[in-house]
Design a protein around this ligand. Structure first.
Ligand code: AMP
Ligand code: MG
Length: 339
């Protein structure tokens, strides 16, 4: 979990003590290759959580890059062979991915799949690929070769070997779907956390927002560097410390710079984006690839969207919109810059 979730749970318990609220129902499971934690207040929370879990599993079965029978794998296996009919979930995520690939000038790149497969950073036998292996794949990594046709519900990949990977957006989408289930079932107060993609429903207590800690990169889980006060929105964090392997003293992490073929190295350790929807905050957290200056400039142009960036040189860069919602915790180690 990238975000120090325990922090908000502690706050919730506090709210319980102070306001006589009922204790939340909390459940953690492994789905979509990550930890999914639901914290739900109100009656029938266990039943609602089960419904949400099955929806997340269903989304995984449709959008997984790794499951051979997923809808996404059907598209990837069909690369270079023309249009293919896909499920609405796949179409929606592909369409959003193309949008964010363009908006970030290819920093987020939905066709990064062949590089993700080559680097396989989460596998126990992960190793640095040769320069030749990377170079051979680069002609495939062009998101403009993915075409979606919403009217016909079809998509196509122009070249054989091309692969769409929704790993940088689908967990956010799943988090939005869970929030929709909570609302449909009458829940007014809950948190869903899918591997660092948080959906926050309602307030911690009357007029009191949730306090969400942001992980101190490199420290054990549960050590926040800072925190933000939020309600009814989403927060997604992408961090270099999240999935990686180490070779000859160097870290090789899971966020790939599609312009070089190597893990992104822009002086950032983590990017947290706060936005109304998690599909957007998840995709936008890949400004990790374009670095702090371009990333912050982009976020400031998007309405209702803010960012907290933690840099290798111990700065925390925060967009102005969070000025009154931000709290520095590791004050001895970091300086804060509002932009
Ligand atoms: P996240 O879990 O949100 O940090 O996203 C990281 C995941 O997104 C990786 O495990 C890949 O599946 C995928 N990914 C890696 N690099 C990129 C990129 N430049 N653009 C889009 N997706 C990426
Ligand atoms: Mg994410």
């Amino acid at each position: 979990m990238r975000v120090c979730y325990f922090f908000s749970v502690i706050m919730l318990m506090h709210a319980y003590i102070c306001f006589g609220d009922t204790a939340p129902f909390v459940i953690s499971e492994e789905i979509m290759g990550t930890t999914v934690t639901q914290t739900i207040y109100g009656p029938h929370a266990d039943k609602v959580a089960r419904e949400a879990s099955s929806r997340i599993r269903e989304i995984e079965s449709i959008l997984s890059f790794h499951l051979p029978a997923s809808d996404l794998s059907r598209l990837n296996n069909h690369a270079g062979k023309g249009d293919i009919v896909l499920k609405p979930e796949t179409m929606y995520n592909l369409q959003k991915s193309i949008y964010y690939s363009g908006l970030t000038n290819g920093g987020f790149n939905v066709l990064v799949g062949p590089l993700v497969k080559l680097w396989k950073v989460t596998s126990p036998d992960a190793d640095i690929p040769s320069a030749g292996q990377i170079a051979a794949l680069m002609p495939l990594i062009d998101y403009r070769d993915l075409h979606v046709n919403i009217e016909s519900g079809t998509a196509r990949l122009d070249k054989k070997g091309q692969m769409a990977d929704l790993g940088g957006i689908a967990k956010g989408y799943a988090s939005d779907e869970v929030i929709a289930i909570y609302k449909k079932r009458g829940i007014t107060k809950a948190i869903i956390d899918i591997g660092g993609n948080l959906g926050l429903l309602g307030f911690k207590a009357k007029d009191t927002p949730w306090c969400i800690g942001i992980q101190y990169p490199g420290k054990d889980r549960g050590n926040p560097a800072c925190a933000v006060y939020l309600s009814d929105c989403s927060l997604s964090t992408s961090g270099a410390y999240e999935r990686f392997f180490e070779k000859n003293g160097k870290i090789y992490h899971h966020i790939i710079d599609p312009s070089t073929g190597y893990p992104a190295d822009t002086g950032l350790l983590s990017v947290s984006i706060i936005a109304p929807k998690s599909i957007d905050s998840d995709a936008l957290s890949k400004i990790f690839v374009i670095g702090a200056d371009k990333g912050i400039a982009l976020i400031k142009r998007i309405p209702n969207t803010n960012a907290v960036l933690i840099t290798k040189d111990k700065r925390i860069i925060v967009t102005d919109g969070l000025r009154h919602k931000f709290k520095l915790i590791a004050a001895d180690d970091f300086t804060v810059q509002f932009k």
